[in-house]
Design a protein around this ligand. Structure first.
Ligand code: URA
Length: 210
């Protein structure tokens, strides 16, 4: 496995992802599973947040106890499918702020073009967790991270549900310092750019648009 790629192999994550991949899984169930698996992925990506010791008076005694030493992370969603990961992640970290990045591919130049961009002003002080369910070619993730680096000198991480080896290679070549968290690394991309076996079009499955 490539450096800086964490495959979250927790049995509950793997079980939920398999149910999500099934084409017979209907919209309400797909959304419920996505909310649950997103929370578990957020748990893993925040594993290394720094703690400090504070003095707390419990009903029984005073004790030095751990508390986050840093501001809560922010989530940066790559529109539109990234939004599907937010509910579960915000269940886990309700104080997280949220940024949005919208990109489309220009059919002539094939360049990623920004159509929406709004991120928290204090992003450099927080771990910024970029979320998109499918890391396919990796081009959108690369472009989103380039935009974020304009505004942040802080730590960046990337979280997806399913990654293709091609997407991981592209993302790591452009942003080698950014850790990638995924529930699975699949076989390959097909000629339409879908991940095989994947779970289909994540946006359509989250929002019921097909
Ligand atoms: N985007 C998706 O939603 N699914 C894929 O398989 C690839 C890109």
């Amino acid at each position: 496995m490539q450096d800086k790629v964490t495959v979250v192999d927790h049995p509950l994550v793997q079980h939920k992802l398999t149910l999500m991949r099934d084409k017979e899984t209907a919209l309400p169930e797909f959304r419920r599973l996505l909310r649950e698996i997103s929370l578990l992925l957020a748990y893993e990506v925040t594993r290394h947040l720094k703690l400090q010791s504070v003095s707390v008076e419990t009903p029984v005694a005073r004790a030095d106890l751990p508390l986050l030493a840093v501001a809560e992370p922010c989530f940066i969603t790559i529109l539109r499918a990234g939004n599907g990961l937010l509910d579960g992640m915000l269940d886990l970290i309700p104080a997280a702020s949220v940024g949005h990045v919208g990109l489309y591919r220009d059919p002539q130049t094939l360049e990623a073009v920004e159509y929406y961009y709004k991120v928290p002003t204090d992003m450099s002080q927080r771990l910024a967790i970029v979320v998109d369910p499918m890391l396919a070619t990796g081009h959108t993730a690369v472009a989103a991270l380039e935009l974020l680096k304009r505004d942040s000198t802080g730590d960046l991480s990337f979280v997806c549900l399913v990654a293709a080896p091609e997407g991981i290679a592209t993302l790591q070549a452009a942003h080698p310092e950014v850790p990638i968290y995924t529930a699975a690394v699949d076989e390959r991309l097909n000629d339409k750019g879908y991940i095989v076996p994947g779970l289909g079009d994540a946006g359509d499955r989250i929002f019921g648009t097909k």
